[in-house]
Design a protein around this ligand. Structure first.
Ligand code: ATP
Length: 289
């Protein structure tokens, strides 16, 4: 018996950082949406009482550092489960890219083990448990489109944005999220207008969404990694309607309405960047299998 779950990546249509809290976390205000680029998670019961992570991707940790491992451990501890599970992770989402790959794997494991171990928890309960694993896990449990506040764990659902294509380009550099936050000067930052973005989403106003994308972390990452700025310029040049870095980077995404334009941007960027993807914005739902 195997349980399959899709773990879709997210992009941030808007990302704001408000202040640093006494507990050292940053208070954020983000608009996230899922895209059709997913890891595939396969859960198989084991006779032995252990959590086994299997992945062919050499960047995916196979021990407790893996967020998918932590998700299984938290459920085992909380509900006194004495069964083991093998978690096979077929990685499609680039690792450490600002696309929440690890968080989405953890969320998929929570959803999948809820079925496998017949825990009958609601998505809200799974999202609460997910918040203990990582700030983006709660959003990933629900998927779709949402505003995430607090340290990212308070999720307020939004309607799906109008259908469009997303071109993703990931430069071959590693970005340390911690270093980006350390270099962020909130007094000088230019903050996105989150309420205006929410209004544009509710109006199904594609151009309004494009006009309001913004990420307070982008100038910090650009200053440390000039490749990000170059990719942004190429995306604009090849005709993207909106261009933004996702999360703390380094992945840059461009939005377009027509597949032919997405293909043109893809073809143009292939010369500059090894990892380029064309996917649909999913927005409204999480495909469960
Ligand atoms: P976010 O957008 O939430 O900041 P990210 O997309 O930038 O996340 P991840 O792909 O989740 O980053 O990987 C960040 C680090 O987490 C990796 O360097 C890796 O060592 C570790 N990690 C833990 N679990 C996983 C997993 N299931 N898949 C990939 N990386 C994982």
């Amino acid at each position: 018996m195997r349980f399959l779950e899709k773990a879709p990546a997210k992009i941030n249509l808007a990302l704001d950082v408000l202040y640093k809290r006494p507990d050292q976390y940053h208070e954020v205000d983000m608009i996230m949406t899922t895209i059709d680029l997913s890891d595939r998670i396969e859960l198989s019961p084991l006779r032995t009482d252990e959590i086994l992570i299997v992945s062919e991707n050499r960047f995916v940790p196979s021990d407790h550092r893996n967020l998918a491992f932590q998700a299984a451990q938290v459920l085992k501890d909380r509900f006194g489960i004495r069964e083991g599970v093998e978690i096979y992770i077929e990685k499609q989402i680039p690792v450490a890219a600002g696309l929440a790959g690890g968080s989405s794997d953890a969320a998929a494991v929570l959803r999948g083990l809820n079925r496998l171990w017949q825990l009958e928890l609601s998505l809200e309960e799974l999202a609460d448990i997910g918040a203990r694993i990582g700030s983006d896990v709660s959003f990933c449990v629900h998927g779709g489109t949402a505003r995430a506040t607090g340290r990212g764990e308070k999720v307020e659902k939004l309607p799906a944005p109008p259908a469009c294509w997303v071109v993703l380009a990931k430069p071959t550099i590693g970005v340390s999220t911690q270093a980006i936050y350390e270099n962020l000067n909130l007094d000088e930052a230019s903050h996105p207008d989150i309420p205006a973005m929410i209004e544009a989403i509710k109006r199904e106003d594609y151009q309004g969404i494009c006009d309001r994308v913004g990420n307070v972390l982008e100038p910090v990452t650009v200053q440390l990694h000039s490749d990000v700025q170059q990719i942004k310029e190429h995306m604009h040049e090849f005709g993207a309607d909106a261009v933004l870095m996702s999360g703390s980077g380094p992945t840059v995404f461009g939005l377009v309405q027509h597949e032919s334009r997405a293909q043109r941007i893809y073809n143009g960027l292939r010369g500059f960047c090894d990892e380029v993807y064309v996917v649909r914005m999913l927005g409204g739902r999480v495909p469960l299998d």
